[in-house]
Design a protein around this ligand. Sequence first.
Ligand code: LLP
Length: 421
Amino acid sequence: MEKVLRIQNVPVTKLAEEYGTPLYVYDENAIRQKLKDYKSLFTSELFDTEVLYASKAFCIKEMVKLVNEYGLSLDVVSGGEIYTALAAGFDPDRMYFNGNNKSVPEMDYAISSKVKTFFVDNIMEARYLVERMKNEDHQLHIILRVNPGVDAHTHKFIVTANVDSKFGIAIGLKDEIAQLIRLFDESENIVFDGFQAHIGSQIFDKNAFVAEIKTMTKFMYELQTEYGIQAKTLDLGGGFAAVYTEEDTPIPLPVVCDTIISTCQAMKEKYNLPLERVMIEPGRSIVAEAGSTLYTVGFQKTTLHKKYVFVDGGMSDNIRPALYEAKYSCDIANRMDEDKTEKVCVAGKLCESGDILVQQAMLPKCEPGDLLITYTTGAYGFTMSSHYNRIGRPAVVFVKDGQSRLVVKRDTYEDLIKQDL
Ligand code: LLP
C-alpha cells in the first residue's frame, strides 16, 4: 500500500499544502457517477420519472451545476437554496420548493423567480398560495406533502408510526385533503399535480420503500374512488443510505431503483391509477461518499481510560457525531502503509465535551502535523457547519482526473466579522 492516500490520483498531502486544513475534499467523478446512475437507472416504460437532488445535503454553486449537467431536477427548501441555484444558472422550471413553514418573502421570491412547483405542506400555506396566485399571470404547480405514517428513520421501519410528524398532512385526513385539492382545482393559476411523501433518511431496508409505495397508492386509489380525485404525480422523497462505516450495507442503487419502479408499476396496474410521473429526491446518497474531510493532527492526550488525538476542526465542520451519534471511519492519510496499533478517540478543538469526531478508531501512531481523514462527510457536513467558537468554515475542493480546484474559499477572520455592526 502507498504511504500517502490519493483522491482521484492527487496525494492528500498536496491538497493540504495547497489549500490548508480542515478541508472538504470531493471526488468530482464520484458525484458525476452517482448523478449519471440515478438518471439512467430510475426509468420506466409505464410513466415518466424524475430525480430531484435534495440540495440540503450539499448546496453550493458548483454542485448545482453538476446536477444541471446531468439533467436532474432540484429540491430546494429555502430562499437561500433557490438563490444559490439561480446563481448557478439552474432552470426554475426544474426546481421544487419544499418546506413546512416557507416564509412569505421566500414564497414571493420563489413565485417571482418562476419556481415551477411547490410542495405544499399545510392548509394555511395552501390558502396563502391560492390567494397569492390570483394576481399572477403564470401558473404554479402544486404537489401536496402527505404523511403516510411509514417511519423508516432507523435500521428498522414501522408502519403507522409518526402520525404527528410536523411534515405534511396525515393520509388519514382524507376529507381535509380532498377539500384542499378542490381549492386548488377551483383556482385558475394553480395546477394540482399529485402527492409527495418522505419516510426518513439513511434507510437500509428496501421494504420500507415498498411499504411507502403500497400505502401511498392505496391512498391515491381511495381518493380516486371516494372523491373522484386523480393524481398524476407521486414523489417518494429521498432517504437512500450511504456507507459511513463497514457496518453500513446500503441497498445497491440498481436494486433501489428497480424496487421502486417495479412496485410503482405493479400498483399502478393493480389500482388502475392515472399515474404519469414518479419522482424521488436523493440527497445523501449522491454526495456523502464522494466527500471526505482532511484535518491536521495536533496534540494528543492520555486520560485514565482513553487516548485522544486532537485535530484542527471538529463539530463546527461536522456536527453529525455530536447531534446524531453518527459514526465515521478515519485514517492517518500520510501513514496508510503503517499498522494500526493504537485505539484512540479523535476529538476536535471546540469548547464542548461532545466535540468528538470518532469515538473509537484504530490508527497507526501519529504525530502533530500528520493528516487525519474522515470519510463519507460529503452530505450534511458542509451544509450543517457553523461558526461556533468563531472558527471559519473550511474550504471545499473538487478533485478530478489528477487535478484539484477550489470551489468554496476558506473563511478568513475578516469573513467572521463581516456582518457585525
Ligand atoms: N426529501 C425530503 C422531503 C427530505 O426531508 C429529505 C431530507 C430528503 C428528500 C433527502 O434525504 P436523503 O436522501 O439525503 O436522506 N441532517 C440529517 C439528515 C436530514 C434529512 C432531512 N430530510 C443528517 O445529517 O443525517
